[in-house]
Design a protein around this ligand. Structure first.
Ligand code: PMP
Length: 393
């Protein structure tokens, strides 16, 4: 087997979740998904497709109707978008991997902004890239970008810049001015940008209108810019298990992406694409409600956590995570495992996302029942009190 693959780290989030396997008393907030089932009308579209016998291979790049629907959706959010720039993928993670396969050769330099969902740093390594990290800096419980540091790191030797904003796990979001500076800089250095914008709709910095959305590179880039944007149906449409996503790329790249899709998955499942068409054309019936509820979850959880001794965090601008520091705790993984075992509370360890997030924990607040969040905080509070007094729990 390739040494690169042998060296890949297994997911630390899974490691914690495995520690809770077989226990139904654990309140689990470790994975990045809502506990709400996909809306009925989306599921119905898949069922209808199967009833109609749509059980065959389809076009590599996705059903033309779905590509058109994604283009129309993108046009609403970001201005004119052509379906010829869109490829349908089998999930956001597949979209990201395809982009990295298309852009990165062994030995290429890739710069990634971290902390970040570990898949984004693992994928370039799988391709044999040399990875350099630009770390966000924690400040009063929030994480901030030192823009100059990023610009200094990205040089003509940098093939690809990977940036995920709104960010998993920190909730950090790029401003329009930062995006513009990064785009201008990458135009000068000839560096590709892979923007993971799967959380763009889960944004709390704007008003609550039906099209509320984080700033996107698509708002400012020209079609021919070296920019690939990865998207997912998982978060904004409550469709994690369906494995459905898409890529936006320069027009000349699309036919080559079709070849890569052929060799990876050949095409996304047709009945899932039918469900995706229903979801994206009727987004206004789903996404604004989901985001309003997530905002409520965030506004419930964050002040409760902030009131606990030794806990430091700021409310995230986007995403669905409370990422907090537990002062006095050096080893996130050990703490996360202890919380499962001793408090029945399932969180993701910060060092799953970057070494510099050691001592931090991620809490996915996408819970239909906010009472679960309150109960989780009570468990954490009890555990902290027990730990501080040295009493067994
Ligand atoms: N990017 C980020 C930053 C994510 O957090 C996730 C899901 N955790 C994805 C991409 C991929 O989502 P999916 O594969 O479910 O579409």
């Amino acid at each position: 087997m390739r040494q690169t693959v042998l060296n890949l780290e297994a997911s630390r989030i899974r490691e914690v979740a495995n520690a809770g396997l077989g226990r139904d008393d654990v309140l689990a907030f470790w994975f990045g998904e809502s506990d709400e089932v996909t809306p009925d009308f989306i599921r119905e579209a898949a069922i209808e497709s199967l009833r109609a016998g749509e059980t065959f291979y389809a076009h590599n790049l996705g059903l033309p109707e779905l590509r058109e629907a994604i283009a129309a959706y993108t046009t609403r959010l970001h201005g004119r978008m052509d379906a010829g720039r869109i490829a349908v993928t089998s999930g956001g993670v597949n979209a990201l991997m395809l982009a990295v396969q298309a852009l990165v050769d062994a030995g290429d330099e890739v710069v990634a902004v971290t902390p970040v969902w570990p898949n984004l740093t693992a994928q370039p390594l799988i391709m044999g890239a040399r990875l350099r990290r630009v770390s966000l800096h924690p400040q009063g419980g929030a994480w901030r970008l030192d823009l100059q540091e990023l610009l200094d790191t990205v040089t003509p030797a940098t093939k690809l810049l990977v940036v995920n904003a709104p960010n998993n796990p920190t909730g950090w979001t790029l401003t329009r001015a930062e995006q513009q500076a990064i785009l201008d800089h990458c135009r000068r250095t000839g560096t590709w940008i892979l923007a993971d914008e799967v959380y763009e709709r889960l944004y709390y910095g704007a008003g609550a209108g039906p099209l509320a959305c984080a700033p996107s590179f698509l708002d400012i880039a020209a079609p021919e810019d070296r920019l690939v944007v990865a998207h997912s149906f998982s978060k904004s449409f409550l469709m994690t298990g369906w494995r459905m996503g898409w890529l936006v790329m320069p027009p000349a790249m699309t036919e080559h992406m079709g070849k890569l899709i052929e060799f990876n998955t050949s095409c996304a499942s047709v009945f899932v694409q039918r469900a995706a068409i229903a979801a994206i054309t009727r987004t206004d019936e789903v996404t604004p409600r989901v985001v309003a509820h997530l905002r409520h979850c965030r506004d419930t959880l964050v002040p409760l956590l902030q009131a606990l001794p030794g806990v430091e965090l700021a409310a995230a601008d986007g995403g669905m995570y409370a990422f907090f520091r537990l002062h006095g705790q050096a080893d996130s993984l050990a703490v996360a495992k202890r919380l499962v075992a001793e408090a029945g509370l399932g969180l993701a360890p910060g060092n799953a996302f970057a070494p510099e997030a050691q001592g931090w924990l991620r809490w996915c607040f996408a819970s239909r029942d906010v009472q679960r969040l309150r109960l989780g905080v009570e468990r954490l509070a009890g555990w902290l009190e027990g730990r501080q007094t040295g009493a067994p729990i």
